[in-house]
Ligand binder design. Structure first.
Ligand code: IVH
Length: 671
């Protein structure tokens, strides 16, 4: 083939694959195949140097290292954005907008994520990337063209497939890193013994200002265009949405192809909540949303203040990490008697909620933190995750030491560590009211026998009135008993009694979970029920017999035998039998043709509609098999906010991954 033609074809193929990989996120060839294409191009170009053009993919790392970045005066200043932090501040901003646009209503705004990266301006002349510059002080930036050219999501030449390419086109955007690429980069730097990078944003800033473009080329930078710079006549772009559509047609990546258009403040607030909820499951970091007036004509009407446009605002998420003062530590007693220290802190807002109380888990954790009363601590809460204390920022001058209480705060009996190597300190009193309260709540919980209406305040009142002193007493409760309690009227009493009645029919596996036998959680309870089928068989099992059951180790076996050795537990089961509580496990029948027949499903991250146990139960009911780890054999990974490595693994193995909504659609349960 004619070398010129061959080079042209190779260039096109390489850029097409670049675009598929970095912009569409839909690669069609492997990295090796891509590298082979590039090698072939470089080889051909080295034989025909006259055919090398500046837009050739081989020129991405062609720049020469330099000591200084040439200043670039921005022909239109690169301004910053004003920030708002709360719905009230946002509504104020919206009200100002409405006031300023009173003759122009109605108007629309676009909402897109605020990428946490570094601003970069790209200038295309006749469709070719001729200059890239940082923001600098807004008036003058630094020319970083050679470095920008190494970013593979930046087209070196605009695609003219859909729209004519203007003589001059400047787009401004963000250079940033994917979280996984940033982690990979740090792993590599650690191996090389180099200094690690603090976060993806610093990584992007550092990479863009490397003196040697061949170093930038080793940094996993990406780019997305989020605002229009000066554009020459000829293109009829009259709104932000048109600008985004042009970028897409030119093969320039944009922050999120699904940017939203909103007509009022409520719609924007809804979007804000959605982005804040989804924030942690995105592959890149965002620190808020950006709201912009869509129409360029209206933008002109609104104009600028000295440092930012009136037509746009950044609505920032509240920080994931904040500092506060540790005021007190209280001790809560769990159903197994374990004492959990709970930090009481000065109330602070973190990721949208006010936090005043944080579990410190155990006393080893307090030691690890070296925390004392009065210290300033850093706390973290990401998405819906339970808040935790990360570290002490500043010790108080006369900080009070936190010690293990000698007596149980509920019953005043001694507190002890069963074994030296155990982490937990426990109240030794088996009839401790706090333990009983927690046990009853666990008995009635959604993962246990699911008795609705038996919540904290009801349990507390039943205990106070001495109407129950063990699980079986629940089945002797009468309407008259309940009406003695302040919390109950006729209807509520009837409802609770009917809930208690229906709890009698639950399968043995649920009853086993609800008993709270040490080390017997949801999975083991299911295994035990499936294996022994009846409470009677299980109660007669020996340690040897239990050890032959798959998944059961000596600790669990010992705990089960110990449970059934106790006389009071025998009596409890006898009372259950007398009350008509089901003590058997029904046979599982899986019909073919059920929505998940034969399918293995893994859940990761937080789910909005189900507890994890409920979701797994649902999979079982629909003929599938819930699993906890992802492999090639997994059929679906269902993910929610804060999904972790399982989602990444699914992506790398090519296992289909679904949001909770998509999963619900798949099984046809909920919309
Ligand atoms: S629009 C006139 N949209 O945030 C300024 N900026 O705090 C127009 N940023 O310097 C900027 N994501 O670098 C816009 N979707 C987005 C953005 C975004 C990140 C950055 C941008 C700007 C900074 C302002």
């Amino acid at each position: 083939m004619n070398p010129k033609l061959e080079i042209e074809q190779l260039k096109k193929e390489i850029e097409r694959n670049n675009y598929r990989y970095y912009v569409l996120d839909d690669p069609r060839i492997t990295d090796k195949e891509f590298d082979d294409l590039l090698k072939k191009l470089k080889n051909l170009e080295s034989q025909h140097t006259n055919l090398v053009t500046p837009d050739s993919p081989s020129q991405r790392v062609g720049g020469i290292p330099s000591d200084a970045f040439e200043p670039h005066p921005h022909s239109v200043p690169m301004l910053s954005l004003d920030n708002v932090y709360t719905p009230e501040e946002f509504r104020d901003w919206w009200a100002r907008l409405e006031k300023n646009l009173k003759d122009e209503t109605p108007f629309e705004v676009t909402v897109e994520p605020k990428m946490d990266g570094v601003s970069l301006a790209l200038i295309y002349e006749k469709g070719f990337l001729t200059k890239a510059a940082t923001r600098g002080d807004g008036e003058t930036g630094e020319t970083v063209t050679a470095n920008a050219k190494t970013i593979r999501s930046i087209p070196l030449k605009l695609s003219a497939e859909k729209f004519p390419v203007p003589a001059r086109f400047e787009c401004r955007g963000e250079s940033y890193m994917f979280k996984k690429d940033f982690e990979e980069l740090n792993r590599r730097l650690a191996k090389e013994g180099a200094k690690l990078i603090v976060n993806p944003r610093n990584g992007a800033a550092g990479a863009l200002r490397q003196k040697d473009p061949s170093v930038t080329a080793t940094r996993p930078l990406r780019f997305c265009a989020h605002s229009a710079g000066p554009i020459s006549e000829g293109l009829k772009i009259q709104s932000h949405s048109e600008f985004i559509e042009h970028c897409k047609a030119f093969h320039l990546p944009v922050p999120n192809p699904r940017y939203q258009l909103c007509k009022n403040a409520d719609e924007v607030l809804k979007c804000f909540q959605k982005w804040e909820r989804d924030r942690d499951s995105l592959p890149y970091e965002i620190d808020g949303i950006v709201i912009k007036i869509n129409s360029f004509a209206l933008r002109k009407t609104l104009g600028f203040t000295s440092k930012s446009p009136r037509w746009a605002v950044a609505f920032k998420f509240s920080a994931h990490q904040v500092s506060t003062q540790l005021r007190e530590v209280e001790f809560s007693v769990g159903r197994t008697g374990a004492i959990t220290p709970v930090a009481k802190v000065d109330p602070v807002e973190c990721s949208g909620v006010t936090i005043s109380s944080i579990s410190l888990h155990n006393f080893d954790e307090i030691e690890r933190l070296e925390a004392r009363i009065g210290d300033t601590v850093l706390i973290e809460r990401a998405g819906d995750v339970i808040p935790k204390v990360i570290r002490v920022i500043k010790h108080a001058a006369n900080g009070k030491k936190i010690s293990v209480p000698k007596k149980c705060p509920s019953c005043n009996e001694p507190v002890a560590r069963e074994k030296e190597e155990e982490v937990a300190w426990r109240c030794v009193n088996l009839s401790c009211p706090a333990q009983l309260e927690r046990s009853l709540l666990h008995f009635a919980s959604r993962d246990g026998l699911n008795i609705e209406g038996l919540g904290e305040s009801v349990v507390q009142e039943l205990l106070q009135k001495k109407l129950v002193s063990n699980f079986a007493d629940l089945y002797d409760l009468t309407k008259e008993d309940l009406l003695k309690c302040k919390l109950f009227g006729d209807k509520k009493a009837e409802n609770l009694l009917s809930e208690i009645e229906s709890s009698k029919t639950k399968p043995l596996s649920k009853l086993l979970i609800s008993l709270g036998i040490r080390h017997v959680g949801e999975k083991i309870a299911r295994t035990l029920a499936g294996h022994f089928k009846t409470m009677e068989q299980l109660s007669k099992s020996t340690e040897g017999g239990l050890l032959r059951v798959p998944d059961l180790g000596p600790t669990i076996a010992e705990s089960i035998v110990q449970f059934f050795k106790e006389k009071k537990n025998h009596e409890l089961i006898e009372s259950f039998r007398k009350a008509g509580v089901n003590l058997n496990e029904p046979e599982q029948k899986f019909e073919k043709g059920m929505p998940l027949s034969g399918k293995t499903v893994v859940f990761t991250g937080e789910l909005a509609t189900y507890s994890r146990a409920e979701a797994e139960e649902l999979v079982r009911r629909l003929g599938g098999n819930p699993a906890s780890s992802v492999s090639k054999k997994t059929h679906y990974v269902v993910y929610g906010p804060n999904a972790g490595s399982k989602l990444k693994k699914a992506q790398s193995l090519g296992v289909p991954f679904l949001t909770e909504d998509e999963f619900n659609k798949l099984i046809g349960e909920k919309s």
